[in-house]
Design a protein around this ligand. Structure first.
Ligand SMILES: Nc1nc2c([nH]c(=O)n2[C@H]2C[C@H](O)[C@@H](COP(=O)(O)OP(=O)(O)OP(=O)(O)O)O2)c(=O)[nH]1
Length: 151
């Protein structure tokens, strides 16, 4: 066993951080028949503008994560899917300034309609091996490595 003081994870743990609220955001890796994943670019004016993300958004009061994701995919991309078409894949847990993001990522391979930007955002179908070419929020970086193994 490594000594606690020698490991980077331990160093991070002992830093004293002020308490913040945890925000639950759900996201989808929409996977097409060629194994490509849909990324959306965050529009100007939003936090993390210009970075590429998995479609999704915040879970509202009273919603299940799956209901929230079905709603977000309809609102953002104009597609319909169902809770039963969402397979839990992995999650991100990341401290931002002012809040802590907890983001389950679901795989979705079945939906109705053609994903179309409903909010002016750019879309790109990207192979997991090419995602490094698309700058993503810091919370997403561990997910990219996992997607390469999981999909
Ligand atoms: N949908 C999505 N959000 C992500 C990803 N990675 C990541 O850090 N986020 C963050 C960005 C936002 O802070 C939050 C998603 O919030 P949102 O999409 O519902 O709302 P928003 O853009 O208005 O967010 P904000 O301006 O209030 O921060 O999660 C991702 O891959 N997909």
């Amino acid at each position: 066993m490594a000594a606690e003081g020698d490991t980077p994870c331990w160093q991070e743990e002992v830093r004293s951080l002020p308490p913040v609220r945890t925000v639950l955001v759900v996201a989808a890796a929409l996977v097409d028949v060629d194994g490509r994943v849909l990324l959306a670019q965050r529009p100007p004016g939003k936090s993390l503008a210009g970075l590429w993300e998995f479609p999704g958004g915040k879970v509202h009061e009273g919603e299940t994560p799956e209901q929230a994701l079905v709603r977000e995919l309809r609102e953002e991309l104009g597609i319909d899917t169902a809770s039963s078409c969402l397979a839990p894949l992995t999650f991100a847990s990341h401290r931002y300034d002012g809040f802590h993001l907890l983001m389950p990522l679901y795989a979705c391979r079945v939906w109705k309609g053609e994903p179309t930007p409903q909010e002016g955002q750019a879309l790109a179908w990207v192979r997991p091996a090419r995602m490094r070419d698309y700058p993503m929020p810091p919370a997403d970086l561990p997910l990219v490595a996992m997607l390469r193994d999981l999909l």
